[in-house]
Design a binder for this molecule. Structure first.
Ligand code: BGC
Length: 447
């Protein structure tokens, strides 16, 4: 047994996202989001699930904050539903939507928990999608209006702002792979969307600075790691492209003001090109206060001509897998954080998501989830190593506080520290909740 200490001011937290937990899909003047419509299309979501009710956090937020308090976290990462604030995407503000987030934020503050707020966690107002969504540059203006409204309404209350959650998912997964709303399958569309998301991020950061909003602003890309199977050039270049799809593509523009040439070349081989207008890169290249990192999985990778977008085959046999079938690959978290620091300097980093899907069963008020505890432990251990290696890591936010609506997989995938019975909506803290509570309380980990 060894004790691994974390820095004294390290922030511990838990995360959720509006569409995945709130429910109340048409209450108090909320408009439709692309997820409200996407879930209505037969075949899009496993078992035909939707998040009309989800965890009903819109009504049960006080109970959830009580649980956060019991857990002992310093921060709660949640997201705001844009169509609750602007049912029409832009234009008139829905004051009842704003009121809900004021109630939530006030309650968090009353309980000594810092709100860590994400502006965009995938629930674009449907009316904006009807006009082309993120392929349309006008959506950027609408986002900036929404962001400025939130900055102003919550200044002094919310100190941590995340512009975008996982822009890779909103672009490539939603527009090329096609299994997230709006569900398109076109590489050029995905590149257009990715660029517009980056621009919207840059414009929001500019507004945050020009409005002199107190606090910190960053974004939360999802990253992964591919370790070359052999030291040969083909394997390492294929892995570099796969990692670069999530890391360099979404970080070089912000930290360096350019897109990485090796990725431009890889996309060009597939007939797709990023379309940059004069001035775009200056807008994107805004200094940020922190980088949020979402990490779940990774693997070894080997060059294989014609495999996927980047001629890469994942080599992941023999790894333990979560119930999402994702290989457990904690060493990738270490590698990717060191790589990011070497590439972009010692930017302050928060792990804004990390966690595991295990479909735990609740019996007599107890949920034993030893595999989740093991997963978290292994990843925290890697984090203690990165701190020693000079990565400027400031905090860790576990995904997720609650079992919730897991997008295309509906309710079939449980990531929570707290079990949710979707019929009764009863919340039951799992063993991992009590384990994490102890880690937070002690500030150290026993391995
Ligand atoms: C997303 C979450 C999601 C989690 C697990 C991330 O991609 O930000 O919304 O539930 O991973 O799939």
């Amino acid at each position: 047994m060894a004790i691994i200490h974390f820095p004294q001011k390290f922030l511990w937290g838990a995360a959720t996202a509006a569409y995945q937990i709130e429910g109340a899909w048409d209450e108090d003047g909320k408009g439709l989001s692309i997820w409200d419509t996407y879930t209505r299309v037969p075949g899009n979501i496993r078992n035909g699930d939707n998040a009309d009710t989800a965890c009903d956090s819109y009504h049960k937020y006080e109970e959830d904050i009580e649980l956060l308090k019991q857990l002992g976290v310093q921060v709660y990462r949640f997201s705001i539903s844009w169509p609750r604030i602007f049912p029409g995407g832009t234009g008139e503000i829905n004051s009842k939507g704003l009121d809900y987030y004021h109630r939530l934020v006030d309650k968090l503050l009353e309980n000594g928990i810092e709100p860590f707020c994400t502006l965009y966690h995938w629930d674009l107002p449907q009316v904006l999608q009807d006009e082309g969504g993120w392929k349309n540059r006008a959506t950027i203006d609408a986002f900036v209006r929404y962001a400025e409204t939130m900055f102003t309404a919550f200044q002094g209350k919310i100190k941590y702002w995340v512009t975008f959650n996982e822009p890779w998912c909103s672009s490539f997964k939603a527009h090329y792979i096609g299994d997230l709303a709006p569900g398109e399958q076109n590489l050029q569309s995905a590149l257009d969307v990715a660029h517009h998301l980056m621009l919207a991020h840059g414009r929001a950061v500019q507004s945050f600075r020009s409005l002199s909003i107190p606090g910190q602003i960053g974004y939360a890309p999802n990253v992964s790691w591919r370790e070359p199977f052999s030291p040969g050039q083909e394997d390492s270049e294929a892995c570099r492209r796969r990692t670069g799809w999530m890391v360099e593509w979404f970080m070089d523009p912000i930290f360096k003001g350019t897109y990485p040439e090796f990725m431009n070349e890889a996309f060009a081989r597939k007939g797709a090109h990023v379309k940059i207008l004069p001035g775009d890169m200056e807008v994107i290249r805004q200094p940020i206060d922190f980088l949020g990192i979402n990490y779940y999985t990774g693997s070894l990778g080997r060059y294989k001509a014609g495999e996927g977008l980047f001629d890469l085959q994942d080599i992941d046999e023999g790894y333990e897998r979560t119930d999402f079938n994702w290989p457990v690959y904690p060493q990738g978290l270490y590698k990717v954080l060191v790589h990011i620091t070497e590439s972009y300097g010692t930017v302050p980093i928060y792990i804004t998501e990390n966690g595991a899907c295990y479909n735990d069963i609740c019996t007599e008020g107890q949920v034993h989830d030893p595999k989740r505890i093991e997963y978290l432990k292994k990843h925290l251990l890697q984090l203690s190593r990165v701190i020693e290696s000079g990565v400027n890591l400031k905090g860790y936010i576990a995904w997720s506080l609650l079992d919730n609506f897991e997008w295309a997989d509906g309710y079939s995938r449980r990531f929570g520290l707290i079990h949710v019975d979707y019929k009764s909506l009863i919340r039951t803290p799992k063993d991992s909740f009590y384990w994490y509570k102890k880690v937070i309380g002690n500030g150290w980990l026993e391995v």
